[in-house]
Write a new protein. Sequence first.
Lengths: 178, 154
Amino acid sequence: MSKKRDAAVLAVPVGDDDHFQGPADAAVTLVEYGDFECPHCRRAYPIVKEVQRRLGPRLRFVFRHFPLKEVHVHAEHAAEVAEAAGAQGKFWVMHDRLFERQFALEDDNLIEYAAELGLDAARVARELAAHIYKAQVRDDFMSGVRSGVNGTPTFFINGVRYDASWDADPLAAALEVA
Amino acid sequence: MSPGIPAPDFTLHSTPDQTVSLRDFRGRPVILAFYPADWSPVCGDQMALYNEILSEFQRYDAELLGISVDGVWSHLAFTEQRKLHFPLLADFEPKGAVARRYGVYRDGEGTTERALFVIDGDGIVRWSYVSPIGVNPGADGILRALEGLGKGKR
């Protein structure tokens, strides 16, 4: 059974385990599969912030990990540290910090950021060393593979893959009509 | 090349002094990933993605083989630069001969299509997909096909 590809849809719907910004009952949900070491994701980072500003409470934004660790050797640990920060209620500030300091993502840097952001940095270091969140990051990654994610960043609007330009104007326009 | 048809056997160079034959993998599933060229950015992404999920393919005991018309030296440099952990085969001489037998050669361009085949342990094509040339087909179709093998006769 050779089959034609349908429009790719999220294999794992947005749920309680996801990190999200914006109201849970927002009219539109934007999901990004991203990699903290990916330069294109870095470029998308302020653009997503801009569309969040434009749509306000009508938009819920979800970030899932898609670390391409063979090409971005720091990406997996960065994702694990974001999860470690999330366990202390600070996923999003770490998410922002990692993109803003994409040029410095060695393990020591990651622990430094945890301290700067007021986290229990020793706990983050322990959890990174024990790879407590590795499986969770991999689950995100595989949910992306199953959803037809083939590079980063990949966006889904209300569960359907968005393949057009993610510059601020077209992305905001697509969200407005979703 | 429709499902149910025996996959044409071939022997191609994977490095300057090694060859790989399809029949070497009898008893295990094989994923053939034809792609247009080393180095073009889209291909890099596709091969990079497969490189990340080799362990998922290995769960099905499946072997992944990349194939393009590039020569072995290009493949060698590309493999090293992208840190790929699976073989790239050179469909180089006569150019594109294997791609033609699988019906995925593009005469005008002189490259292969971006085409995927999943072949079962008996050497039968069980799934195939030809992607629009500029589009990375991802891996979800391959994984579904590998899952399907388990539910079939094997």
